[in-house]
Write a protein that binds this ligand. Sequence first.
Ligand code: MTE
Ligand code: MO
Length: 356
Amino acid sequence: MAFSDEQSISREELALAARNHGMPLEALRYDITPTGLHYLLIHYDIPVVDSAAWRLELDGSVERSLLLSLDELMARPAVTQPVTMECAGNGRARLSPRPISQPWLLEAVGTGQWTGTPLAPLLEEAGVGGDAIDVAFTGLDRGVEGGVEQDYVRGLAVDEARRPDVLLAYALNGQPLPPQHGYPLRLLLPGWYGMAQVKWLRRITVLDEPFTGYQNVKAYRYRRTPDDDEGTPVTRMACRALMAPPGIPDFLSRRRHLNVGPCTIVGKAWSGWAPITGVEVSADGGETWAEAELAPRSDGRWSWRGWRFAWDAEPGEHELCCRARDEAGNEQPLQAQWNRGGYANNAVQRVAVSVS
Ligand SMILES: Nc1nc2c(c(=O)[nH]1)N[C@H]1C(S)=C(S)[C@@H](COP(=O)(O)O)O[C@H]1N2
Ligand SMILES: [Mo]
């Protein structure tokens, strides 16, 4: 992994950032992110898929392999659930030195209304062997990464793959998956960072040995020191709150301008580890904090939770911050914690506002 100590980003990073757009933070006002506003992350190219010819293979350490068409998958029991998804690299561009990769600031998140069929009954039908350890999910996309030519493949522990809320999703917000979100089928693993949610799925292989593919063993590991080569796997989403920046932006700097007086700050909060228990807001750069009001929990466990905060904006310069905590006792740090891949930087959001 290459690094940069510079603030300015390279042309390569700009090219990645233009392909893989974020969710504009004003879209935090929607409970369900409109499809075109959901963030995007695509390692290689978006495959063009003929759904009539496409099949999903389920094979490996099973009693009987399955070969399923899209119609057959759609004829199975369907579940629709709102799921918040975040890229593990969200916040990467705020680290120093900065890992050279997709340079996300804060916007690599979205909540889709996903429809699909549960994976567990399919694994049951195939008859997963008693010595199964991992399940590999292979996409149709192929590229070169870290000098290694590869299909996009992720491995997952078989017990995690059998969770009842894991879906093979074929629709987003009531429409067939758009090409960029994985048409015709993707894995949906609620609570985990995006890399696990394999798009353009073509094959599911049950393994009786640990999966050792690039995306699990080389990429997506927390390596906290320069000489830690093994690291630990990146899995669930760290807790985070984000606010929709209040007021109006300056075109270039994005600095916010706000009128004096009462202002309602709104945002969303989520954690892949445990339900959100609170969000705090600071109007003085993190010196003092006050509790925000959480919206009723109505959308199920895997959707972000709304929150609001009544602020009386006084004239002057302010730095607004928000931070979330969850039932497992996780709380967002004030300072970023560095790791080599630039994953899971959930340091608090800071929004500079001029009030007049
Ligand atoms: N086949 C495949 N699946 C993939 C990827 C990919 O490049 N290829 N990117 C992953 C990453 S890193 C993320 S963050 C999510 C992004 O999903 P979205 O673009 O639908 O938001 O997809 C994941 N699934
Ligand atoms: Mo990602």
